[in-house]
Design a protein around this ligand. Structure first.
Ligand SMILES: [Fe+2]
Length: 382
């Protein structure tokens, strides 16, 4: 309990920090920040092509994180070792570099040109320095109009780089904070699941299924991220359910069942205590309403139809499916095919038909091998 309390505090702390950062940066999607910085630089200095290199601290490599020009797609995501080439040198010394004739420079990392097919004549490389550390470098290739880059161009690039480095630093911090926040949410969910050996991994699986469904229904990636968070926390209220009820191997008495149902209300209350409230709206709704059923027979509010929030309807389907298909004290667990058949049987009465259709289509498409199902083109938060 103590550990859960600590984690709750941590979540709250991180949320406040995230919100503070959101206000600081109007444009926080880190890839957008990379591309904006590069584009501005290319346009202002007048270059044919450019690359934004960013230090990947985890791998100690420098990554081409944004590229502009005719061979941008070939350059993007190329990785250099920390000391490699002109970029490595500029980042380690923190000094800008101007080369009029690139091919005569011994520091030139030839493999970049060879793999992209781009012929570099003239090049400026400036470091991106934030809080005294090189966090990347900007490289501009070939002055437009066939002339060569001058010292003046370097000074202009340096002035812009100083501004950009700060924006980049803030975005990276926001990104790190977001990752940390999500990992604390996941830890919180897994600590909760670990209280009952039969529900290990339950919250993660429910979140995974929910996001699959949402994507299939055409929800935006921001909505999917919110849903992921809400689904991970849907059973958080079980913190308030005594062990003897939560872990009881035999059937619950009516009284115990009534107590168990309270996890929805307790969950909503816990989440509504987190600040800022606005960022927990979906998680609160989902915790409270994921046991509501389409025909009004669910709990705690006996909501029906579209009065049940969409995320709660999605999590309700994912939650039921996972409960059916995992081993519990009172059930040996159904197969995925049986679970899907049961959802279809209750489609329109207990569950939203569109949500059941989306999920059962996914299950069919992956031949019920859910471990092998991959979301098309998504990564964040999962
Ligand atoms: Fe639940």
């Amino acid at each position: 309990m103590e550990r859960i309390h600590e984690l709750e505090n941590k979540v709250q702390e991180l949320y406040s920090l995230l919100e503070a950062f959101k206000k600081l940066n109007s444009d926080l999607a880190i890839q957008d920040v990379f591309e904006n910085i590069l584009l501005q630089m290319v346009q202002v200095v007048g270059a044919e092509a450019g690359t934004l290199w960013v230090l990947d601290q985890d791998h100690e490599e420098i990554v081409a994180s944004a590229a502009y020009g005719p061979t941008a797609s070939a350059i993007l995501n190329i990785r250099l070792s920390k000391e490699e080439g002109i970029v490595g040198k500029v980042m380690s010394t923190g000094e800008a570099h101007l080369i009029e004739d690139v091919t005569k420079d011994p520091n030139w990392a030839k493999r970049v040109d060879q793999s992209s097919g781009f012929i570099t004549r003239s090049m400026i490389t400036v470091p991106l320095v934030a809080k005294g550390h090189s966090i990347g470098a900007l490289q501009l290739l070939n002055k437009q109009g066939h002339s060569l880059f001058t010292k003046q161009d370097v000074n202009l690039a340096l002035a812009l780089a100083n501004q950009s480095a700060l924006a980049l630093h803030n975005s990276q911090m926001y990104d790190d904070l977001y990752k940390m926040f999500m990992s604390v949410i996941k830890t919180l969910a897994s600590v909760l699941d670990a209280r009952d050996p039969y529900t290990a991994g339950h919250s993660e699986r429910v979140a995974k299924y929910s996001v699959w469904i949402a994507q299939r229904l055409g929800l935006s990636s921001e909505e999917c991220d919110e849903l992921n968070k809400a689904a991970l926390l849907h059973d958080i209220g079980k913190i308030g359910i005594p062990d003897e009820v939560l872990r009881k191997p035999t059937r619950l008495t009516n009284e115990e069942y009534e107590a168990m149902k309270q996890h929805t209300v307790i969950g909503a209350t816990i989440l509504s205590n987190m600040e800022p409230k606005s960022s927990m709206i979906y998680a609160i709704q989902t915790a409270r309403s994921h046991h509501e059923r389409l025909n009004g027979t669910g709990y705690p509010d006996r909501l029906a139809g579209n009065d049940i929030p969409l995320f709660a309807r999605i999590v309700g389907v994912a939650d039921t499916f996972d409960a059916m298909t995992t081993v519990r004290p009172y059930s040996k667990g159904h197969t995925f095919q049986e679970g899907a058949a049961e959802l279809i049987r209750c489609k329109g009465t207990l569950f939203d038909p569109d949500i059941v259709d989306a999920f059962t289509t996914i299950l069919e498409e992956c031949h019920y091998e859910v471990e092998r199902y991959k979301l098309p083109g998504r990564q964040k938060g999962n």
